[in-house]
Design a protein around this ligand. Structure first.
Ligand code: SAH
Length: 378
């Protein structure tokens, strides 16, 4: 794809532009496509078109994902003329780091700038089981959940697959200095991954590929607000990837209040899709349930939730609400969180409470971007 086509494609991806002056640069700039967008087979195809040997694709992948070079010139086992072609055709870096904040608990939050000046967040979280990267799938979001900072300002554009892959590569490069590895990836940053489904699937294939970042499917989690047709499509892919649904309410009425998407995709049909997923894949689903003080956090709600998901192979992850200044929700008191958890356990439901990461550095969904890039989120 040449740069004119890429410029056009990026323009098509932009839903509404809140033109800060800088963005005008985009029309003139000579954008190149991120090499991280390409699967191994696609690279082979491109090489063949160029009259090059297809085995070079594996060599390039090795430089990209094992050696993690930052320039094409470092790809020393490629002929110079091929390196020049690569330079001309692809970008090796389409994200630049604007902010890198480290929290006391080891969480690192990155604010990256894209080629067209929009910004996205990526978070590295340290767990006892490994290092997990939370990636963004869209610039902004159009789902409109009433508690979420990512949706402030709506959707600006979808991310390209390479822009999602590159988030993981950039974090891995930062970890390389300490000799550490990204072991887990969660698609739980800004955006609705199932609203950018094709790019999501490509991203998953690249990071999962044994010659790519080789992150095991069981170490990858995708979370959705509940776009039903895509749940069926995802189930039919029969991947071993972990799947999470942001449920947040035990009944239709309350879910509609919290998540406008519930008006389009009704809870009963959603549960049917979830059952289809668990049956088709044999895998369990994780229900994310944010506890919003006085809204959905009573014992009655817990019991209603237990009844709703009874018989589904699942696990519930309770999320104490992250305070978002623009939103009116308050935290459920700790003892109430534990009471909610107990009520679910009593009904035989598997449940955990999400640990907080980086609360001293605005690590909750979309907060850093909302603070640093006010023009993008208004
Ligand atoms: N769009 C996807 C991916 C976002 S994942 C989805 O909806 O699943 C981020 C998770 O954090 C989702 O479960 C989301 O509902 C939740 N979340 C968003 N804002 C929150 C807040 N202020 N407090 C607690 N959880 C929040």
């Amino acid at each position: 794809m040449n740069s004119d086509i890429l410029n056009k494609r990026i323009n098509e991806l932009v839903e509404h532009i809140n033109t800060p002056e800088k963005r005008k640069k985009k029309e003139n700039s000579n954008l190149k496509e991120s090499i991280y967008t390409f699967t191994l087979d696609e690279l082979k195809e491109w090489l063949q078109e160029q009259g090059e040997k297809p085995f070079r694709a594996a060599q390039i992948y090795d430089w990209l994902y094992n050696k993690r070079v930052k320039t094409f010139d470092e790809m020393t086992n490629l002929p110079k003329q091929l390196r020049e072609k690569l330079k001309e055709r692809f970008a090796l870096s389409t994200l630049s780091t604007i902010v890198k904040q480290e929290s006391k608990d080891g969480t690192i939050k990155f604010l990256f700038e894209l080629q067209d000046n929009y910004s996205i967040e990526t978070v590295l979280m340290r767990h006892d089981y490994g290092n997990s990267v939370c990636v963004t799938s869209q610039v902004g979001c159009r789902i409109g959940c009433t508690f979420c900072a990512s949706t402030l300002g709506g959707l600006k554009r979808h991310l390209l697959a390479g822009e999602i892959v590159e988030q993981v590569v950039k974090v891995q490069q930062a970890l390389d200095e300490a000799g550490e590895r990204v072991s887990h990836v969660v698609v739980m940053g800004i955006g609705e991954p199932f609203d950018n489904f094709d790019a999501l699937m490509k991203f998953l294939r690249v990071i999962n590929h044994e010659k790519g970042l080789n992150i095991g499917a069981r170490h990858i989690t995708v979370s959705t607000s509940g776009i039903i047709p895509k749940i069926y499509q995802f189930a039919d892919e029969k991947l071993q990837i972990n799947f999470a649904l942001s449920l947040h309410a035990p009944n239709q009425e309350l879910r509609e209040r919290l998540m406008p998407i519930a008006r389009a995709y009704k809870l009963d049909q959603l549960m049917e899709a979830i059952r289809y997923y668990t049956e088709k894949t044999g895998r369990r689903v994780t229900f994310e349930y944010g506890l919003f003080g006085g809204v959905n956090d009573s014992i009655e709600h817990a019991e209603e939730l237990a009844n709703l998901i009874k018989g589904i192979k699942c696990h519930v992850n309770l999320i104490p609400v992250n305070y978002v200044p623009e939103r009116n929700y308050v935290r459920t008191p700790r003892n109430q969180i534990f009471a909610f958890e107990r009520a679910l356990k009593k009904k035989g439901i598997n449940v955990t409470i999400r640990r907080e990461h980086g609360s001293d550095i605005d690590a909750a969904c979309g907060q850093l971007r909302a603070k640093e890039r006010v023009h993008e989120t208004r």
